[in-house]
Design a protein around this ligand. Sequence first.
Ligand code: GUN
Length: 280
Amino acid sequence: MSASVIDGVAVSKVVREKLAGQVAALTAQGRPPGLAVVIVGDNPASKVYVRNKVKACGEIGMHSVLIEYPADASQAEVLARVAALNADPAIHGILVQLPLPAHFDAQHVLESIAPEKDVDGFHVANAGALATGLPGFWPCTPHGVMVMLDHYQLPIAGREAVVIGRSNIVGKPQALMLLARDATVTICTSKTRDLASHTRRADILVVATGRPKMVGGDMVKPGAVVIDVGINRLPDGKLCGDVDYDSAKQVAGWITPVPGGVGPMTITMLLANTVKAAGG
Ligand code: GUN
């Protein structure tokens, strides 16, 4: 058996076409949505990510500004800029790219973003809203996973869902989103004993560990939905996920490739959150 592919590029295209229509409508009403992307330092991966975010805004006709600071910028000057963006009516979404340099208190900077402009969903107010089932902004990557599951009409309620990883960006919010849809959720960490005994029970397996190919086909339940959040660069320059795609594909029912799976959905949901922040 070979799993069906969950195509993040195709799902993104469908969602982005709808968003482009909403952007056009908001713009016609005199409320063009705007996103501000703040980056500090010159982490090469972060620079690629923010460039892609700004480019994606342009592709759906959305206004964006890229604000770049050198690695030795002070936290005070970044906080002052965030405060100005909070007060700027042309800006509906603010994103501060992580990681920040070591002399920053990243959580403090994230908490300085007005929750109603926090399109990353990292502010404690939005994290709390997700945890309690109140409206708010959801972190983009796990939200994108939910949109993909729904696009392919893969059932969630009552299913065993196992999430490997408990970061605030992916694992924890992913578990909460699956729980809100009545999955039976297990969160595994690097300290989990006998990881395979958990993963082999999973009808939905989400892997967000940052460890290349750590989940092989022998750890996958036959027919399971396997979602690979990892993006790792191998010594030969190729990209791979946290799942060993070739072996897992033989066992799973559905699987996301890397690249072309979860990755495109992260930016798509950032666009969606910004349109929502602008009233779309
Ligand atoms: N760094 C890695 N992923 C993300 C993300 O989704 N948002 C931000 N702001 N920084 C990140």
